[in-house]
Design a protein. Structure first.
Length: 331
């Protein structure tokens, strides 16, 4: 095969995220894009943002492609992820939730997925509870197991397989409640619909060994985080540690993609990395200077304030009781 033939057969690769509705989602997508560009300064992987927000991107994101839609055109809630086959801009597309950061080159992640029409990072399960009774679902759909995963990352390749999986998943959405599935924040959870459809189409998962993806639900303890140097250590501690997450492996991981799901984007570890990325990408500060400045004016003060609040929380609750739960701006 000569070089021209190799160029013709080489697969195009893209990372895609979605940012719709509120400006905060576009802000998170911008931070994710900055972390991607930091680790891919001369890569042939293209970063795309699908959005219905008209605001222009910052000047440092000239390499980022924008897929623009009318407000509400992509739908609401988790249903937007059921349209990834219609949004995927390359032969091989890696979808990443906007509330994530990239802490390493993603080429190896693509390589690990390559050849699978649709795939996720997870494991097959045949029983237990996962937004519904897994055994009942397996019996109903006559499949031996369902892939269990977090929908913060999806991989899909252009072709008949991805078209079939996503078309079937979309058709299941109207049956969500009838199937006995539990809603997530009041909406159908696309993970279950994708899981059923993938199982029916014979799609295989990539084992989640912690090298590619990590989130703070399965690994709640953050030991180290530095997006510029790719330093990340997070873990699920063993019981009786109160932070232990039952049902998940007790392990320490160092993933290339970290998902700050829930309200973790409002906490200082994420905010500190967001500020560092803005300084090195938009303001062009050297990495060491940006890290030192953010540590001095934000990270260390926020870290010690959190520790003080945690130390005083039992006394506060004895004196004043529990505080009202704040309404999340992400809802």
């Amino acid at each position: 095969m000569d070089f021209d033939e190799m160029a013709m057969t080489k697969k195009t690769r893209a990372v895609l995220t979605i940012a719709t509705g509120k400006r905060l989602y576009l802000d998170m997508a911008i931070t994710l894009a900055r972390s991607f560009l930091w680790w891919h300064p001369r890569s042939d992987i293209i970063f795309y943002i699908a959005t219905d927000i008209a605001d222009p991107l910052p000047s440092d994101l000239a390499a980022v492609k924008v897929l623009r839609f009318q407000p509400g055109e992509l739908g609401v809630g988790f249903s937007m992820k059921l349209k990834l086959d219609q949004l995927a801009p390359a032969d091989q597309t890696l979808f990443i939730d906007s509330d994530s950061l990239c802490l390493g080159a993603l080429g190896p992640v693509f390589d690990g997925f390559a050849g699978r029409g649709v795939s996720v990072l997870g494991a097959n399960v045949s029983e237990g509870e996962w937004f519904g009774d897994v055994a009942t679902l397996c019996s109903h759909f006559a499949v031996p197991a369902l892939p269990r995963f977090n929908g913060g990352v999806y991989y899909l390749e252009a072709g008949a397989c991805s078209e079939a999986v996503y078309t079937h998943a979309r058709s299941l959405e109207s049956q969500y409640d009838a199937l006995g599935l539990v809603r997530l924040r009041g909406s159908p959870n696309e993970e279950l619909l994708m899981s059923i459809s993938m199982a029916l189409q014979g799609c295989t998962v990539v084992e989640d060994d912690g090298s590619a993806y990590g989130d703070f639900f399965m690994h709640p303890i953050l030991k180290e985080l530095d997006v510029l140097y790719g330093n990340i250590r997070m873990c699920n501690p063993s019981p009786p540690d109160p932070a232990h997450r039952p049902g998940y492996a007790c392990r320490e991981i160092s993933p290339r993609i970290v998902h700050f799901l829930g309200d973790f984007t409002s906490k200082w570890p994420y905010r500190a990395e967001e500020k560092v990325l803005r300084l090195v990408s938009l303001r062009r500060l050297p990495a060491g200077l940006a890290r030192g400045w953010v540590n001095l004016v934000y990270r260390y003060p926020a870290m010690w304030l959190e520790r003080l609040r945690n130390a005083l929380r039992p006394l506060y609750r004895r004196l004043f009781g529990l505080r009202e739960v704040k309404w999340s701006e992400r809802v």
